[in-house]
Design a protein around this ligand. Structure first.
Ligand SMILES: Cc1ncc(COP(=O)(O)O)c(C=O)c1O
Length: 463
């Protein structure tokens, strides 16, 4: 189909050795063994070069994570210095290290939770598993052992570990993995374009979803529901910006039944939606927050769960009798990851990055929405510096293409051909560039996409 589709690799090539030895994540493995891998060789700023020297503009910030772009020397220096000073230290049993303390202090100051207390992990998935365990532990120690269930949403992505994979609301991540685990429920996806009834306003759709949520809570028994989890803007579910009034109505329901709000900021956190945190853009008042990805601009793996004082105090007091808060990872509070994450946030602040995203978002969203009138473009949607184009067979009826037409994949491959990295989730083509992208580079990104889209229209639009 494109440059990449050949399968004759020299036995000593990286491609052949990849095909022999690497077990790739989130991949159609059978197809992959026919196409072979695409090697990324180096990257700087918002550009990536493959093994043939071809240059691409980065339209996905890696996997929604490289906020400051690639090759920031200052972060390299911080990592090197920290490795030379203290390459590792744990936080178990009363030991601490300065980078972790400073990072926790910084996060507590900027994350919108009163007196936030910070637990460190290494990925978004483990952060959300930690969220579940803290939630269960908290309700046990305050004497509400029945209040344990968590409501997520169809279409959500919260990771792939046993707990997080259960919270994820994408059937492919459940099927044949025996997920979800008991006690995880899913309510409706808030995608107005796809799931609103004919003529239903955004407000009307939001009211219906809030009523459905309330029905689910009543049916299960409010005394059994501990929390609701949501990304302020769904990312890997296809960039779903909630409809008008959605979170206000949902939060009203949750408050009525004393249900906590877990805010998954793994994609939205650190400026993606135009404010420091997605909950601020969407007017959500979270109980707890999960952070990862842009927390370190993906220079090193690190995640955080931020909990309010009342949860921490209850859990702390309970250790007087239990003897220990028995949860933690070898790499909880890794000093090198913490030092890099802290400097990453300091650079964001120095660049006034969140303000600049809010400004660039206007250009970005205007360019994105300009595709709305083209054939095959069912919906162009987004907020801040995140967006998507949903390709459909019939604009009027919103009918999707059959799965095996692989229209999204075709469009993504044409983007690659023109030197643009995007991600196709089914027939939804996603954009999430590094936050440091310039106005000129936004133009370059969409000019390349336009070519790819026109080729896709030429191939798939009915005459
Ligand atoms: C909103 C959200 N939560 C959690 C995760 C899981 O993060 P990780 O892949 O680091 O485990 C992701 C990953 O894309 C995500 O988008």
């Amino acid at each position: 189909m494109t440059d990449r589709f050949h399968n004759e690799f020299a036995p000593t090539s990286i491609e052949a050795r990849d095909l022999r030895y690497v077990f790739h994540p989130t991949t159609n493995l059978a197809e992959f063994h026919e196409t072979g891998p695409l090697i990324r060789k180096r990257a700087k700023g918002v550009y990536i070069w493959d093994a043939t020297g071809k240059q691409y503009i980065e339209g996905m910030a890696g996997l929604w994570c490289s906020a400051l772009g690639y090759g920031v020397d200052e972060l390299v220096s911080v990592a090197e210095k920290q490795m030379r000073t203290l390459s590792y230290a744990q936080l178990f049993a009363g030991v601490t290290n300065e980078p972790s303390v400073l990072l926790a202090e910084k996060l507590s100051a900027i994350v919108p939770i009163d007196n936030g207390r910070v637990f460190f992990g290494q990925s978004g998935s483990d952060a959300n598993d930690t969220q579940l365990k803290l939630l269960w532990l908290y309700h046990n120690v305050i004497g509400k052992p029945k209040k344990k269930k968590v409501i997520s949403r169809w279409g959500a992505y919260h990771g792939v570990t046993l707990g997080a994979g259960s919270l994820t609301g994408l059937p492919a991540f459940h099927k044949n993995f025996d997920l979800p685990i008991p006690g995880i429920l899913h309510t409706s996806n808030p995608h107005h374009y796809r799931f609103a009834e004919a003529g239903e306003s955004e407000e009307g759709f939001s009211s219906r979803l809030a009523a459905e949520l309330e029905d689910l809570i009543l049916q299960e028994g409010p005394e059994t529901i501990a929390a609701f989890i949501a990304e302020p803007v769904m990312g890997a579910g296809g960039v779903i910006v909630p409809p008008e009034g959605y979170f206000a109505k949902v939060q009203e329901v949750l408050q009525r039944y004393d249900i906590l709000f877990i805010d998954d900021e793994v994609i939205c956190g650190f400026g993606r939606t135009g404010k420091p945190f997605g909950c601020q853009t969407m007017d959500v008042k979270p109980t707890t927050v999960s952070l990862a990805k842009a927390l370190s601009s993906a220079y090193l793996p690190i995640s955080s769960v931020v909990v309010p004082e009342f949860m921490y105090e209850s859990i702390k007091e309970a250790t007087r009798t239990s003897g220990m808060f028995a949860h933690g990872f070898t790499y909880t509070g890794h000093p090198v990851c913490a030092a890099v994450a802290l400097r990453n946030i300091e650079i964001m602040e120095r660049l006034d990055l969140f303000q600049s995203v809010a400004r660039k978002a206007e250009i970005f969203q205007d360019r994105l929405r300009a595709f709305d009138d083209l054939p095959l473009v069912g919906e162009a949607r987004g907020i801040g510096l995140i967006g998507a184009i949903e390709l459909v067979k019939h604009k009027d009826t919103k009918e999707s293409f059959p799965k095996d037409a692989k229209v999204g994949i075709y469009c993504m491959e044409r983007c690659l051909h023109h030197g643009l990295v995007v991600r196709a989730l089914g027939d939804v083509v996603c954009f999430c560039p590094p936050l440091v992208i310039t106005d000129g580079q936004i133009d370059e990104l969409f000019t390349k996409f336009e070519r790819a889209l026109h080729e896709t229209i030429e191939k798939f639009a009915e005459a």
